[in-house]
Design a protein around this ligand. Structure first.
Ligand SMILES: Cc1ncc(C[n+]2csc(CCOP(=O)(O)OP(=O)(O)O)c2C)c(N)n1
Ligand SMILES: [Mg+2]
Length: 297
């Protein structure tokens, strides 16, 4: 069962391509704003692509549809990635992305609940999981079949509130809840401060179904989400091994780009050039299989 192919080669390429478009938009937004958090936005691009373009039951024209699946971006500083995914999905125009971090924009530095597609205001780390648990509990009590997803950081696994929520979720058998840990090994200014080398065992000990994947492999991500849907007793955590700054060579594994934009035009062009080259390469492969890339209106 675990080897079952849930995504064709063509679909897998399309999901990868969307991930790189999320990355390119995120860099454009952050450079335009001259502020933002590229590293942690780039590391979750495949997770966002798989969620919005394969797994989540959502209707961008009706963002508050009661039966929609929900995503809580607990690591709210990665907002540029989330907004890019929402725009590509059709929640708001792609052009609006250039208002990121401007006064009166709907796209503030951290996600705000009134923005279409944003479920919960986040940014204060360690709180998003408890919000997601509450939404999942409400769904279970109401016998709703929507699913709840959360993306938390490895840094948040160093916070006590995360573990209180985790224990609550497993105690209540919230099988409708799937959490991604963006395990990129870095926090704001360097390596993680505490020992998370046994992170899988920690979640297991808290009663969770644990799946450890390469967080940039869309096939593995889809398989993990599908396995979570089949789980009948426990909430699922997908520990996604990622690279902070993924896709821009000088940002990869470089904590400086946790919260700094490309410093100058040359660096910006290098970043966009690398991302666009990857998009072009994926587009070629998509065409060679008879497909066409995502059209955005
Ligand atoms: C409660 C809280 N404390 C501190 C911060 C400031 N802060 C923003 S990001 C960050 C750490 C980033 O590392 P991590 O949580 O692992 O996120 P990622 O690597 O995915 O960017 C910190 C300390 C915050 N947003 N919230
Ligand atoms: Mg981190």
């Amino acid at each position: 069962m675990s080897e079952q192919a849930y995504v064709s080669d063509l679909e897998s390429l399309k999901l990868q391509e969307i991930a790189y478009r999320i990355r390119r938009h995120a860099i454009e937004m952050i450079y335009n704003a001259k502020s933002g958090h590229p590293g942690g936005a780039l590391s979750i691009a495949e997770i966002l692509s798989v969620l919005y373009f394969k797994e989540m039951r959502v209707d961008p024209k009706n963002p508050s549809w009661p039966d929609r699946d929900r995503l809580v971006l607990s690591k709210g500083h990665a907002s540029a990635g989330l907004y890019a995914a929402l725009a590509l999905k059709g929640y708001f125009p792609v052009e609006e992305l250039m208002t990121f971090r401007k006064i009166n924009s709907r796209l503030q530095g951290h996600p705000y609940i009134s923005t279409p597609g944003v479920e919960i205001t986040t940014g204060s780390l360690g709180q998003g999981l408890s919000n997601a648990v509450g939404i999942a509990l409400a769904g279970a009590i109401d016998h709703k079949d929507y699913r709840v997803y959360a993306i938390i950081s490895d840094g948040e696994c160093e916070e006590g509130s995360t573990w209180e929520s985790a224990l609550f979720a497993s105690s209540h058998h919230l099988t409708n809840l799937t959490v991604f840990v963006d395990f990129n090994g870095l926090q704001l200014d360097g390596k993680l401060l505490l020992d998370l080398s046994r992170v899988d065992d920690m979640w297991k000990a808290f009663g969770w179904n644990v799946i450890d994947v390469d967080g940039h492999d869309v096939q593995q991500l889809v398989r993990a989400v599908e396995a979570a849907k089949r789980e009948t007793a426990r909430p699922t955590v997908i520990v996604a091994r990622t690279v902070k700054g993924k896709g821009v060579s000088y940002m990869e594994n470089n904590d400086h780009y946790h919260g700094n934009p490309p410093e100058n035009e040359e660096k910006y062009k290098t970043a966009i050039g690398e991302l666009q080259a990857k998009i072009d390469e994926l587009d070629k492969k998509i065409s060679s299989l008879g497909g066409s890339p995502l059209e955005v209106s």
